[in-house]
Design a protein around this ligand. Structure first.
Ligand code: ATP
Ligand code: MG
Length: 418
C-alpha cells in the first residue's frame, strides 16, 4: 500500500499513551495504524475524541500483548475483532484487519486478514477508509482524499450492494453529509440511498436513533434534512417527522443545538405522534417524557401541561416569574422556542420570554423539611403541610422573602398562628 501523504502533527499522536500502545503492538511483531473517521477528522483539522486503531495482529494476541505491558484491555467486541485499551483516560479501540465474509444486513461474519486494502474495502465510505502511521504517513486505498477535498460522500464499491449488506450505511450516508456540509454529491451513492429507503424499517430502533440523534445534533441540520426529505428517507422510519419548515425556523432561533427539541419540532400530530416516535427510536423513559412535554400544540390550553389554566405564553414580570418557578427555565425556554418555530410569535412575546429567561434565575425556595425538623417540628405529614404553606406565602410575596423571613413564617405556622 503506497503512502498518499502525511498528516499535519496532531497532539494525540505525540501523547505518551498513544506512543505506548503503538510501541507495545509493534514490539509484538504487529503493526497498528490510526484508521477510519478519526483520520478523516484529522485531515479536516477537526478534533477527535477516542482513537481507533487497525492492526494486523489477531485480537487475542493484541489483548495478551497489551495486558502483559500492564495496560487495561477490555474485550469489547472480541467476536468481531475489536478490543479496547484504556491508557491515561484515553480509549483506544483496536480492530483486527478483517473482511466481512457474510452479512445478513445487520451482523457480519468476519475473517481476519493481513491485507490493509481488503480491510478498507469493507468500510462504508471512501472518506472513512484511511489509515495513518504513528508518524502521520497516511494511506488512502480507496481514493477518499479526492472525495474529502470535494466534501463528497461515496460508498466503497457498489452502493446498492453495500447498503444491502448493512442498511444502517444509508443513514450514515446522510450523517456524514450533515457533518461535512453538502458540497459535492456523489449521485450514484445518493440514488442508491433513495432506491433502498424502503429497507430502513428492518433496522433496530437503537441503531436508527444513534444516527438520527447525530444528524439532528449538528449545528445546522437544515440542508441535510431537506435532502432527506427530497429522498424520502424519513417516512419509512419516522413518518411523523415531517415539519421541516418548523425545524428551519427553530434552528435560527435556538441558542444551541438540542436534538430532542429539534425532533419534537419536526413531529406532526402532538403527543400521540411524539410517543410513537419515542417508541420507534427506543428512547429512554426520561427522553420519552421530555419529548412528550415538548410535543405540540404550542399554544392554547395545552401550552404548559402542568398549568392547565395557562392559555398563552406568560406576560413579562410577575406572570413570567410564576411560570418560571412552576416549570423551570429549560421547559419555559423550550416551549417558547417551539411556539416561535410554529409561527405563534406574532406579538413578539416569545422573544421577550427568551430574553427574560436568559437573565432571570428560577427562584429557589430557601427552606427544606430538615429546617423545620431542626426547629422542633415533629417528623411526618405536618412538615410537608407547613413547608407548602410557607412556599405559597413566599411565592405570593413575589419570591422576595429571604431565608430568615421564611423561617419566621414557618415558626408562626408551627405555633399554629396563621
Ligand atoms: P464519528 O466521527 O461520528 O465517530 P466515524 O466515521 O468514526 O464517525 P464510527 O461509527 O466511529 O464512525 O466508525 C468508525 C469507522 O468504522 C468508520 O469510519 C468506518 O470506517 C467504519 N464503520 C463504522 N460503521 C460502519 C458500517 N456500518 N459499515 C461499514 N463500515 C463502518
Ligand atoms: Mg468514530
Amino acid at each position: 500500500m503506497d503512502a498518499r501523504g502525511c498528516l499535519l502533527p496532531q497532539p494525540w499522536m505525540a501523547e505518551p499513551a498513544t506512543r505506548q500502545v503503538l510501541a507495545v503492538l509493534a514490539a509484538g511483531g504487529g503493526r497498528a495504524r490510526f484508521v477510519g473517521g478519526m483520520v478523516r477528522d484529522a485531515l479536516l483539522g477537526r478534533p477527535i475524541s477516542d482513537i481507533d486503531l487497525a492492526t494486523d495482529l489477531e485480537p487475542g494476541r493484541a489483548m495478551a500483548l497489551l495486558a502483559a505491558a500492564g495496560i487495561r484491555v477490555i474485550p469489547t467486541g472480541l467476536a468481531h475483532g475489536t478490543v479496547t485499551a484504556v491508557v491515561g483516560g484515553r480509549h483506544f479501540e483496536i480492530t483486527t484487519l478483517r473482511r466481512d465474509v457474510e452479512t445478513d444486513g445487520r451482523r457480519a461474519v468476519v475473517a481476519y486478514t493481513d491485507d490493509w486494502a481488503e480491510d478498507a474495502r469493507r468500510r462504508d465510505f471512501t472518506i472513512n477508509a484511511f489509515f495513518a502511521d504513528g508518524d502521520g504517513t497516511f494511506y488512502d486505498p480507496t481514493g477518499g482524499a479526492d472525495d474529502l477535498v470535494l466534501r463528497r460522500v461515496r460508498f466503497v464499491g457498489d452502493p446498492d450492494q453495500r447498503i444491502g449488506e448493512d442498511v444502517l450505511r444509508l443513514l450514515r450516508y446522510y450523517r456524514m453529509l450533515a457533518r461535512l456540509g453538502i458540497h459535492g454529491v456523489d449521485e450514484a451513492s445518493r440514488a442508491a440511498c433513495r432506491r433502498n429507503a424502503g429497507r430502513l424499517p428492518t433496522l433496530s430502533g437503537e441503531r436508527v436513533r444513534g444516527e438520527i440523534e447525530r444528524i439532528l445534533a449538528v449545528p445546522d441540520p437544515r440542508p441535510v434534512m431537506a435532502m432527506m426529505a427530497e429522498d424520502g428517507i424519513l417516512p419509512p422510519i419516522l413518518p411523523m417527522a415531517s415539519a421541516f419548515h418548523r425545524l428551519a425556523r427553530l434552528v435560527l432561533l435556538e441558542p444551541a443545538a438540542d436534538w430532542l427539541r429539534r425532533l419534537a419540532c419536526l413531529v406532526e400530530g402532538g403527543v400521540p405522534a411524539a410517543e410513537d416516535a419515542a417508541r420507534r427510536l427506543r428512547l429512554s423513559r426520561h427522553e420519552t417524557q421530555r419529548l412528550g412535554m415538548l410535543a405540540g400544540p404550542w399554544a392554547g390550553p395545552d401550552l404548559l401541561v402542568t398549568d392547565p389554566q395557562a392559555t398563552d405564553l406568560p406576560a413579562p414580570g410577575r406572570p413570567l416569574r410564576d411560570r418560571l418557578y412552576a416549570v423551570g427555565e429549560e421547559r419555559l425556554r423550550d416551549r417558547a422556542l417551539l411556539a416561535a418555530a410554529a409561527g405563534l410569535d406574532e406579538d413578539g412575546r416569545v422573544r421577550d420570554i427568551l430574553a427574560a429567561v436568559a437573565v432571570t434565575e428560577r427562584p429557589v425556595f430557601p427552606l427544606k423539611g430538615r429546617d423545620l425538623v431542626a426547629m422542633g417540628a415533629p417528623r411526618g405529614e405536618r412538615v410537608g403541610q407547613v413547608l407548602a404553606a410557607v412556599e405559597a406565602w413566599w411565592a405570593a410575596g413575589d419570591y422576595a422573602p429571604d431565608r430568615a423571613a421564611c423561617l419566621g413564617e414557618a415558626t408562626l405556622h408551627l405555633c399554629g398562628q396563621p
